[in-house]
Design a protein around this ligand. Structure first.
Ligand SMILES: [Mg+2]
Length: 130
């Protein structure tokens, strides 16, 4: 049996989960499509960037940098406060979904894991099918 391991990592997890939650609640702007980031406080100009959108990345905004630095690079950056309760719930849903389909799920972080897919070729036509 050949060993097959997948690495799963949600792209900009906090920003992605935040964007989808807001769209589901009726917001019309998708945070993923504009320069946006999760983290910090725009008014107090403090805190750090926890996740950023791809458009924000194009301005050079990076995860972990101070909000004040990110706002200098991208003055129109839309900043949203973190909602850790939401991210925890989304993470639980992600792992519940993966655990239904994969025999061994090794959680690495809130949005990242390794899936041992070895032997699943007997269940699924092709591991990538999953
Ligand atoms: Mg990630």
């Amino acid at each position: 049996m050949k060993t097959t391991v997948f690495h799963v990592d949600v792209n900009s997890a906090f920003l992605s989960w935040e964007a989808v939650d807001r769209l589901q609640k009726g917001e019309t702007t998708d945070l993923r499509t504009i320069p946006s980031a999760v983290g910090g406080d725009r008014e107090k100009r403090r805190g750090v960037i926890l996740a950023k959108s791809i458009p924000a990345k194009k301005y050079g905004v990076i995860t972990g940098e101070p909000v004040v630095t990110a706002l200098k690079k991208c003055p129109d950056l839309t900043l949203v406060p973190p909602n850790h309760e939401l991210y925890s719930r989304c993470s639980d849903q992600l792992f519940a979904l993966l655990e239904k389909r994969c025999p061994v799920v090794e959680k690495f972080s809130i949005d990242e894991c390794f899936l041992d897919m070895s032997g699943t070729e007997y269940i699924y036509p092709e591991p990538l099918w999953i």
